[in-house]
Design a protein around this ligand. Structure first.
Ligand code: NAD
Length: 335
């Protein structure tokens, strides 16, 4: 189609594959260029989904034929690539987090906020249809005033120790999604109280990190947001949101591949485990995330998280880390 947006993809690892799939399944986008420093990865992805492969991501910024770049390379590359996209005038959708270092984020902050080039952050969970429906109904007043938001997020199993060693810790690596979800419902957070726990993994403890967390956030209207995380869950990827208000409650439960229940002499209401991990559970959200960013490129109203949203998620993650380490509540209103 003549009016399709030509997309350049940087990084063809786990999440790069998801984005490639979203691009080819969207009628308004086509995968035009694919890059990965691991050239074979770029070539395989281009072969499967289309586009020209290169081992040099810089070629995407100078080619002059891209309408949108998706940054799906490791976190340490994000700041640099966002800046290149701004300089080249190409809209960029960048995976979360922007960076693990707030000083690095702040060096680009002014430029990122001043530019007219659309920059989006990949907090895909905003676009999960179930969580989005809870939020729309909260905004529509279905539960009166929002008083409490409960976010449960448990991974099926910890990532490798090598990954965890450079992940920035559980609050910056895992809870960061939940901080963005919290801000989606309660845009202004004023304080963070967090605790970290070492319940099952001596490897994670050895890294000075936690395998479970509890975070309480206070909103500017005195809303309470409670986040609980674990790095493991024997029954699958556990992702739930509950909004409690003055006139009721809205809840988004976990998803299984089937709603058929199994009854025997030993069990009732049994269903298969929850969808295994983010690739399955959030596939719709990644497609919707792209759709939402296309709206931003076209100048339409869009909920795509901004650079500033990405920065605030990191501010909250840093505050949670500090709170867990010092046993104090951290004020974030002026940060
Ligand atoms: N939104 C989500 O649900 C979600 C899920 C997973 C990962 N992520 C984020 O996505 C990013 C990538 O994670 P992943 O799990 O896909 O990692 P990965 O290691 O599976 O893939 C990263 C790919 O980028 C390539 N690469 C490395 N340096 C590069 C560079 N300078 N230019 C181009 N390519 C380069 C690597 O060769 C690799 O193929 C991380 O920032 C991570 O936090 C987000």
């Amino acid at each position: 189609m003549a009016n399709q947006l030509r997309v350049g993809l940087i990084g063809t690892g786990r999440i790069g594959q998801v984005h490639a799939k979203s691009v080819v399944s969207h009628p308004d986008t086509v995968l035009h260029r694919v890059s990965d420093v691991f050239l074979e990865g770029a070539q395989q992805t281009a072969q499967e989904y289309g586009g020209e492969a290169t081992g040099n991501p810089d070629e995407l910024f100078s080619a002059g034929d891209l309408d949108l770049i998706i940054i799906a390379s490791p976190t340490t590359t994000h700041i640099d690539l966002i800046e290149k996209a701004i300089d080249a005038g190409i809209p960029a959708l960048c995976e979360k987090p922007i960076d693990l270092d707030i000083a690095a984020v702040d060096r680009l902050r002014e430029k990122a906020n001043a530019t007219t080039v659309p920059i989006g952050l990949g907090f895909n969970r905003r676009f999960d249809p179930h969580f989005a429906a809870v939020r729309s109904r909260v905004l529509a007043g279905d539960i009166g005033n929002l008083e409490q938001l409960l976010i449960t997020s448990r991974d099926p199993a910890p990532a490798s120790t090598e990954y965890l060693a450079v992940s920035g810790g559980i609050f910056r690596d895992m809870t960061i999604h939940d901080f963005d979800m919290a801000r989606y419902f309660v845009p202004e957070i004023v304080s963070v109280t967090a605790q970290g726990f070492n319940q099952f993994s001596s490897d994670i403890k050895g890294l000075g990190d936690y395998d479970a967390t509890a975070v309480a956030l206070r909103g500017s209207n005195d809303e309470l947001v409670l986040i609980t995380n674990s790095r493991h869950a024997s029954y699958g990827f556990d992702q739930r949101v509950e909004a409690f208000g003055s006139e009721g409650m809205l809840r988004a439960e976990n998803i299984t591949d089937t709603n058929v229940q199994h009854y025997t002499a030993n069990l009732v209401e049994a269903k298969p485990p929850y969808q295994n991990f983010f690739l399955e559970r959030y596939m719709d959200s990644y497609r919707n995330e792209l759709e939402e960013f296309i709206k931003r490129i076209r100048g339409e109203a869009s909920n795509t998280p901004t650079f500033e949203d990405g920065r605030m998620a990191l501010v909250l993650a840093n505050a949670a880390t500090e709170s867990a380490q010092t046993g104090t509540t951290i004020s974030v209103s002026a940060r």
